[in-house]
Structure formats: C-alpha cells, structure tokens
Design a protein around this ligand. Structure first.
Ligand code: HGY
Ligand code: MN
Ligand code: MN
Length: 417
C-alpha cells in the first residue's frame, strides 16, 4: 500500500467513529437502544445539523440539492474533476438501529477526516453524501433521494406523497431545506466519478463465517406496490354479512392470494406486507377502505419480473365484492456493481489483511441508483446476529473502523485515477 494511503488509513480513529455513532444515536433515541429518525422529521434535521457541524470543523464544503441530499466535499487538485463519492443515509426505520445508514455516513466522514489529517492530495474531490429518505418508511418509496439525484425519478413524482398523519412530503421537505444551515445549492444529476457505500450487512453471513469485510457484488431486485380495496362502510350490528362490501375481509383474501403467488420452496423470494391503513378504523363500522404495502424481492431478474408482473392480476382475481387499485411505487431490477470497483474494495481489504468475502446484498441501498450513473461498489461490515430494522441492531467498534479503513484506501485509489 502506498505510504501516503497507509498514512491516511492509520488516521482512521475507531474511538472518534464510535463516539459519533453514539452521539447520533441520541437523536431520535427509542427504548431498547434503537432510533426513530424519519425522513424530513425534526430528528432528521437535528442529525443533519450535527453532521454539518463536524464537516464545518474540518472546513469541508457543504451543499444540498432540491430533495435535501447533503454533500460534504474535500477539494481535489483538479477543480473540474467529478467527485469520487461515498455515503449512505441518516434516516431510519420507525424501530431502527444505531448503525443502518448512519454507519456509511460516519465512515465516509471518517475517511474524509483521515485523508485531511494525513494531508493526502487527490486529483478528484472526495465527497460524502447523506441521501434523503433512503428508508421510505414515512414517505414511500425507499431510496428516494438517490433516485431523484440520479434522474431515475422526478422530484415531482413524490411531492404529494403523504405520511400516516396526512403530511405531504413537499411540506416536510420545505421545512428540512429551510432548517439546514446555509449550504451551497447542488444541481440534480451532478456528475460523479465513482461511488462506494459502506453499510452494515443486515444479515448473518459475515459474522457466521468470522469475516470482517463484505465485498459487495450486487443488490437483488425489488418491486413495491400500494394495494387499495374499496368497500362500503356500514353498521356492524345491523348489516348482514351477505350484504356487506367489507374492504378488510376482502383485503385478507387478497393477501392470502399474494402469499400463494410468492410461495418459494427455496425461501429465496422475499415478500413483505409491512404497512396497512384501515378506514374508518372503528370497531363497529364495516371497513370501507384498506391500503396496504407490498414489498417483493429476488436476485434473479426473470423471477422478480415474473412475480412483479403477476401482482395486479392476483389482486384482481382475489377480490370478489370490492373494487381494487394496484399502484406500483418502486421498480428496481437487480444491479451488479462495477468489476473494477469491486476489485478495488477487495484489494484494499486484502492489503489490510482483513478476512473478507464477496457477497450480494439482500437489502437495497442508494448504491442501487448510483450504479446506474457511475462505477459503484459497497463495503459490508458484520452486525450482531444479522439483526437490522430492529432496535437490537448492533455492531462492534473494531469492525466499523475496519470498514472505514478499507473505504479510505479504496477512495484514495479511485480519487487519483
Ligand atoms: O428496504 C431496504 O432494503 C433498505 O433497508 N431501505
Ligand atoms: Mn440502510
Ligand atoms: Mn434500512
């Protein structure tokens, strides 16, 4: 490893990295060591301000685009060179953990600081991005900020999306943009030379195999839908069952049909109904409207296409008395990462003598979209028992630091090309 790269890698500070995770975990803290930091919430804004304060302390420049993606840049020697980027997300699931997303943001900041402290000059700027609304828990779909940044989706597609309290994304976004300390304006679709995202694995493989680094090769495909069932509300005491258009009863039949459609003896296909709204949501009124989410995933392009295309007809065939509406909200084919970036990550892990393995990602990440616009890769580190999207999510300080060292070395290699 080049001496200046080794010098930067040696500057990665495990204690500083861990302390910053603990400080971030106090923002939106919930019982059981978890966090609830919904996109464009008060907690999201507080975490953004804290991140910016650390960036400003190093004189890194701060920029933000129209959907609130936050960019923290360390200048390169060539002002015209597109940035080599790293990043992940600040927002969390409602019962999220202290590492999902925020690890990639803090590992990226750690890499920038280590490079700065080592005084390494790079041709390309090195830039950290905190993507807006990666989780999609409050405002579906997920990976929204990177989808808009890369031009895969238009911001206007999402402005009217409402959360469970009926707040529109455009209003929550406006508050977040207004509350974020003066940041330079960044255009959407700005060029990127390369992107590497560090993330906890959110699965058990690395821990089971005693490996520290996952050299991520791909992300499986995913489709999201909103399914609505329209019935008629009526009196629970006086309306015969035979005369009802009970939206919840029909939704249950639809959901059973979808479980049949997605049955997979190999247990490779992932099918989740995680969100359901029932109206009028009263014990003694027959439900007139049900909306529920569908999240289906698979690594094989043909399988995810086949199942994704079959969702709507399965819903329509299962509904007998009520009308239905199926709205696709996310359509991401499986993505394979750039071979040169995957090799670069693997070489960095080998040079640091870290036990590592190549592996695909079951979870989706903003790297899914960045892979469409620039050479992209990811670095995984283990998390305890593979648990994630759960307060019990946990990781070890030494593993987080190891991932940040691999990230530092890989970014420096790419920033000099
Ligand atoms: O849903 C996902 O895969 C990611 O954790 N947002
Ligand atoms: Mn994540
Ligand atoms: Mn997540």
């Amino acid at each position: 490893m080049r001496e200046d790269v080794q010098n930067a890698v040696n500057r990665v500070d495990q204690h500083r990295l861990w302390q910053r995770h603990m400080e971030m975990a106090r923002i939106g803290a919930i019982p059981g060591n978890g966090v609830n930091r919904a996109a464009f919430s008060r907690e999201d804004i507080a975490a953004r301000k804290l991140l910016i304060s650390w960036a400003r302390a190093r004189n890194f420049t701060v920029a933000m685009d129209a959907i609130g993606n936050l960019f923290i840049r360390r200048a390169g020697t060539d002002p015209h060179a597109a940035p080599v980027m790293t990043g992940s997300h600040i927002d969390s699931q409602p019962r999220g953990g202290r590492f999902d997303g925020i690890y990639g943001v803090l590992a990226g900041l750690e890499a920038l600081e280590a490079i700065e402290q080592a005084g390494v000059k790079t041709r390309h700027p090195v830039e950290l991005v905190a993507w807006s609304n990666e989780e999609g828990g409050r405002f579906p779909p997920c990976t929204m900020g990177s989808a808009v940044y890369t031009g895969a989706r238009a911001l206007s597609d999402f402005l009217e999306v409402k959360d469970n309290e009926g707040i529109a994304l455009k209003d929550a976004l406006a508050q977040t943009l207004a509350a974020t300390p003066a940041a330079e304006k960044r255009e959407l679709n700005a060029p990127a030379a390369a992107y590497i995202e560090a993330h906890i694995e959110q699965g058990p493989l690395l821990e089971q195999e005693g490996k520290v680094i996952g050299v991520v090769t791909a992300i499986q495909g995913l489709r999201w839908f909103n399914v609505e069932v329209f019935g008629e509300t009526a009196h629970a005491g006086t309306t015969p069952l035979g005369a009802r258009k009970d939206a919840l009863r029909e939704a249950i039949a639809v959901i059973n049909a979808l479980h049949e459609l997605t049955r997979d003896a190999s247990d490779t296909l992932r099918f989740t109904i995680g969100r359901m709204l029932v109206a009028p949501n009263s014990p003694n009124s027959v439900p007139s409207h049900v909306m529920f989410s569908v999240d289906v995933r698979h690594p094989d392009p043909a399988t995810i296409a086949r199942v994704g295309e079959a969702i709507e007809s399965a819903v329509r065939n299962a509904a007998k008395r009520c009308s239905v509406k199926v709205t696709p909200t996310l359509h991401d084919d499986p993505c394979a990462f750039d071979a040169a970036v995957v090799d670069c990550v693997e070489r960095a892990a080998q040079a640091l003598k870290l036990a590592q393995r190549r592996m695909p990602s079951g979870a989706s990440h903003d790297a899914m979209y960045m892979a469409r616009v620039c050479p992209t890769g990811m670095i995984f580190v283990p998390c305890e028992g593979g648990i994630s999207h759960n307060e019990a999510e946990n990781a070890r300080p030494e593993d987080l630091a190891a991932g940040a060292r691999v990230l530092t070395a890989a970014l420096l290699e790419l920033a000099d090309r």
